[in-house]
Design a protein. Structure first.
Ligand SMILES: [Cu+2]
Length: 290
């Protein structure tokens, strides 16, 4: 193969890649560029996000460092030990080299050990529960939407009182949260496993039937965020969307009051309560037909 030929082949490969790269960069807004800087994570909106975000970036650095070392070793071996012109045979093959085998068995275990240690440390910090949250919300993931029970008992002066907002496939619900107040979520499901996920909070929790679980976090930035079900739960999984509105405390109170005024008092936990949930008869009709 002549020089000229190999050069033109290189250009054939490089040119489209360059053009694609330029187009990709030109299409980037400042927001997208910032998101690239966070390696894909959205802008953070909760107090647990810094830990998760740092962990995400550090894991990428560790993976790339290991990758670079492995790629360098592969490249070096391929070049230094290649069969040269005139070599009658392949280079000497090495087998059963005990130090080498011990090395490539123990090193991966060490790497996994370090990653495991940091995973547990970060997990413990992210899951930290103060035990005295400002707001309590029972999240119910049900086929095929979300119900948010605001269990703001002290505020309403009645231990059994609360208000709820139940979404349907046709009308996705909106979860209101007061900014800079710690929120204790209890996540449950009456039917199959769903997963409560607000990407901007860097937090996701499965809704497991018969096994309610809790976590705490503090929304730190007012705004409207997307939420979704992160568990492929069935036919209408893709419709299990919701919005999260992080608002001032006054606006939050106002929202609870409007739910109470509309008659959504008490709680709705899916399952037998589903009859109380706006619009679920649509789903029951469908199941009846099927
Ligand atoms: Cu789901």
């Amino acid at each position: 193969m002549g020089l000229k030929e190999s050069g033109s082949r290189g250009a054939r490969i490089m040119a489209p890649a360059l053009v694609l790269g330029v187009f990709a960069l030109a299409g980037c807004s400042a927001e997208t560029t910032a998101q690239w800087g966070r390696l894909g994570l959205p802008e953070a909106a909760s107090d647990r996000a810094r830990l998760m975000g740092d962990f995400w970036i550090n894991m990428w650095i560790a993976a790339l460092a290991i990758g670079a070392l492995v790629w360098a070793l592969i490249g070096w071996t391929v070049i230094a030990y290649r069969r040269r012109a005139g070599d009658p045979e392949a280079p000497r093959q090495t087998r059963m080299n005990l130090p080498m085998e011990v090395l490539y068995t123990t090193v991966p275990f060490l790497i996994i050990g370090v990653v495991f240690y940091w995973t547990i440390r970060v997990q413990n910090e992210v899951m930290y529960n103060s035990g005295k949250s400002d707001v309590m919300i029972d999240v119910v993931g049900q086929k095929w939407s979300w119900t948010f029970n605001y269990k703001d008992n002290q505020r309403l002066g009645d231990p059994t009182a609360g208000v709820y907002d139940a979404g349907t496939m046709e009308q996705t619900p909106t979860l209101y949260l007061p900014v800079n107040k710690s929120v204790r979520f209890t996540v449950s499901s009456p039917d199959v496993i769903h997963s409560f996920w607000v990407p901007a909070f860097y937090f996701k929790r499965d809704a497991i039937p018969g096994q309610p679980t809790s976590f705490e976090l503090t929304p730190t930035k007012e705004g409207t965020y997307a939420g979704k079900c992160a568990e492929l739960c069935g036919t209408y999984h893709s419709l299990m969307l919701f919005k999260v509105k992080v608002v001032s405390e006054a606006e939050y109170e106002q929202h609870l009051k409007s739910l109470a005024d509309a008659g959504f008092t008490g709680s709705a936990m899916g399952n037998s309560d589903q009859r109380d949930i706006k619009g679920t008869e649509i789903e029951q009709e469908k199941e009846g037909q099927g």
